[in-house]
Design a binder for this molecule. Structure first.
Ligand SMILES: *Cc1c(COP(=O)(O)O)cnc(C)c1O
Length: 412
């Protein structure tokens, strides 16, 4: 990857050294620590170039060919390209690429299909449901009546029998499948069957795995779900943003739910960057990337298990791993702090089997950096050494630094 757009801060440095310093400081942080946050990735310089382009100046309320502002002829083409690429990439009849974030996409899906007070069945928050799946602190929990299904306490796998039982008992208007922490593939066909049995819409919140879907490394929810919500910035490696995919019959409702119901002007620079990312995701190189992400996660999970950590569901099908570090004598929160001190960045997460918090890791970013299975085995050993207190912070920092220096996200 070329470094040019990333470091094009000369203008900023001259005009606003304070902010230039902050931007460069963050670039340094990202390149000198180990990024294992499961929701993050490194976008390409091409995506960053689109984000930093004059399209950021353009107001474009509405949709291509039907805008409320003048001068949209060029950005209309950008949005049409983004939509066409998304449809082709995911085999969807319709795509809406305007959602400002994954949460905005979920809000729009609810707005398209539901009325306030409707019952919705979704994975409970303690088991990996997202805030938008019924948290009382979020609009979803306030405006809808959420019922939560869970995962089996032993296996960590979604309890599909419970999904069916709860669906029959509560007759939800919609069922949501998708999670912030589920490491396995989701059985979309089974969710579709349950939704059909009780006359519910099926909403797939594929924010995490959609990039794997693009690369053919995870099952596609599009043929099963009425609406698919996704982000473009996780494994998909695009700009920060959201999108919706659906069949033609729901296209108009979904579009109206995004604009004008929940959003105003589209962010055309982000939409152009989404188009760039979809273009990248359609290449054989991205297919190889997506499969490498999963291969890396499998090796990392196996390595952590061999070191004695409890890996939820015993492994992973995706980029994502959750573990309980308790057997090494630390809970998730302490573990995250100890790892952060060594320059390893990851998140805490809820665990299916207990009150203590665990750790959530992902391989999307390190795989973009070019790391492979050998590095994953090394990372597992390093993490366990740090958590056991066998490697002191200084040595751990040096080891992390040596590793990331060999795999610079933006070389140069
Ligand atoms: C990341 C995520 C979201 C939200 O995305 P934001 O862009 O942070 O709003 C929604 N649902 C799921 C399942 C996610 O993992």
């Amino acid at each position: 990857m070329s470094v040019t757009p990333v470091l094009e801060t000369d203008v900023l440095r001259r005009q606003d050294p304070e902010l230039a310093e902050i931007l460069l400081g963050e670039l340094t942080r990202q390149s000198t620590t180990l990024q294992l946050v499961a929701a993050e990735n490194f976008t390409s310089p091409a995506v960053l170039a689109a984000l930093g382009s004059p399209l950021a100046n353009k107001y474009a309320e509405g949709y291509p060919g039907a805008r409320h502002h003048g001068g949209c002829e060029i950005v209309d083409v950008a949005e049409r390209v983004a939509v066409d690429r998304a449809k082709a990439l995911f085999g969807a009849e319709h795509a809406n690429v305007q959602s400002h974030s994954g949460s905005s996409a979920v809000l729009a899906a609810y707005a398209a299909l539901l009325r306030p007070g409707d019952t919705v069945l979704a994975l409970g928050l303690p088991y990996g449901g997202h805030l938008t799946h019924g948290s009382p602190a979020n609009f979803s929990g306030r405006w809808f009546d959420f019922v939560g299904y869970g995962v089996d306490a032993e296996t960590g796998l979604i309890d599909y029998d419970q999904v069916r039982t709860l669906a029959r008992a509560h007759r939800p208007k919609a069922i949501v499948c998708g999670s912030i922490a589920y490491p396995r593939h989701i059985d979309h066909a089974l969710f579709r069957e349950v939704a059909d049995e009780v006359g519910a819409y099926l909403i797939a919140d594929a924010a995490h795995p959609i990039g794997l879907v693009a690369g053919g490394a995870a099952p596609n929810p599009v043929p099963y779900a009425d609406v698919v919500c996704a982000t473009t910035h996780k494994v998909l490696r695009g700009p920060r943003g959201g999108m919706l995919l659906c069949g033609s019959e729901l296209a108009e409702r979904v579009d109206r739910a995004v604009f004008p119901f929940t959003q105003g002007g589209a962010q055309m620079h982000t939409i152009a960057a989404k188009a760039v990312a979809f273009g990248e995701a359609a290449t054989p190189a991205f297919t190889a990337y997506a499969h490498q992400v999963v291969a890396n996660a499998r090796v990392l999970a196996a390595g952590l298990a061999a070191e004695g950590l409890i890996v939820t569901t015993g492994g992973t099908d995706t980029h994502l791993i959750t573990v309980d570090p308790m057997p090494l004598g630390v809970d998730g929160r302490t573990a995250r702090g100890r790892l952060a001190a060594a320059g390893v960045v990851l998140d805490c997460c809820a665990l299916p089997h207990g009150e203590a918090r665990g750790l959530r890791l992902g391989t999307a970013a390190v795989t973009t950096q070019g790391m492979g299975e050998g590095e994953m085995a090394g990372i597992a050993a390093l993490l366990a050494g740090i958590l056991r207190g066998r490697v002191d912070a200084k040595r751990a920092r040096d080891e992390v630094r040596e590793l990331v220096d060999a795999f610079a996200p933006y070389p140069g």
